[in-house]
Design a protein around this ligand. Structure first.
Ligand code: SAM
Length: 259
């Protein structure tokens, strides 16, 4: 029997590539979390840590961190990256199946992964994992385009070759990734804040195609269609000088567990 691929589980197919090509997070994210929390957390849990890109930033807070990551291949890269680090512990598990410490943790963070946790339960699970007054910090990149004309041309390529993933080009991941209203309106959380850090990162054509090959919506396309889409994207970028200027807006959502 051939098992069906599930979109939330395709990252491990390209774990090493993911780690190589996905942009990390600006260290300001940790600075902003610290400023919001008001004091250094004594304990951190990171949901969907992947290969450790968010973990690197969270480690600057200098607290013990438990990385909850269900994919064995992603967790393997993560384990190698922090092999010498006594403060990093890894639980190979979905967040839904993981048992938090009874005392709760000071900081629960998730980088580009919160949308993969079951939407019916994630807000309650986050509150259950946090100590009273503890902070929830969700962050993720919105992969936009620095140039509006390129954004429009890119949208047309998607509409032609893969219309089902054309929505959100230039991408606007924030609502999809964060579901901010879930937290803003939840009685379990208070002091809701949304912030952004914006930067432009150049991607030469081959590297941009490698980046796209780590996105779950691209991975779910049938091989032939993904190849045609990527050929068209390559032609577009090459026709504009061979470098795509990706505007990375790193969104950060902060909320505090109500007492
Ligand atoms: C886009 S990757 C983000 C990885 C890393 N945090 C980063 O920013 O690069 C999403 C990660 O969420 C993990 N994931 C998927 N479902 C999950 C769940 N239910 N609980 C925890 N993590 C999950 C995936 O295995 C994957 O490693």
């Amino acid at each position: 029997m051939v098992s069906e691929r599930v979109q939330s589980q395709v990252f491990g197919e390209v774990a090493t590539e993911y780690d190589d090509v996905r942009p990390g997070y600006p260290v300001e994210i940790a600075d902003r979390v610290l400023a919001y929390a008001g004091s250094r957390p004594r304990s951190i849990v990171e949901v969907g840590a992947g290969t450790g890109k968010g973990t690197e930033v969270l480690r600057t807070l200098d607290a013990p961190i438990v990385c909850v990551e269900p994919d064995a291949a992603m967790a393997g890269v993560l384990r190698r990256r922090f092999a010498e680090d006594q403060l990093v512990d890894i639980a190979v598990s979905r967040f839904e199946d993981w048992t938090p410490p009874v005392t709760g943790v000071d900081l629960l963070a998730s980088a580009q992964a919160w949308h993969w946790v079951g939407h019916r339960t994630r807000t309650q699970l986050a509150a259950d994992a946090l100590a009273p007054g503890g902070v929830l910090a969700l962050f993720a990149h919105d992969f936009g385009f620095a140039d509006g004309d390129t954004a429009t041309a890119m949208q047309n390529v998607y509409l032609k070759y893969a219309p089902e993933i054309a929505h959100g080009v230039p991408s606007n991941l924030h609502p999809d990734v964060f579901h901010p209203d879930e937290l803003r309106t939840s009685p379990l959380f208070t002091d809701f804040e949304q912030q952004e850090v914006i930067r432009v990162v150049p991607f030469p054509t081959p590297r941009y195609l490698r980046l796209l090959s780590t996105f779950s919506n691209h991975r779910m396309l049938p091989d032939q269609r993904r190849t045609r889409l990527h050929q068209a994207i390559a032609e577009l970028i090459d026709g504009r000088g061979g470098v795509l200027h990706q505007q990375l807006t790193t969104g950060l959502i902060l909320a505090r567990r109500a007492a």
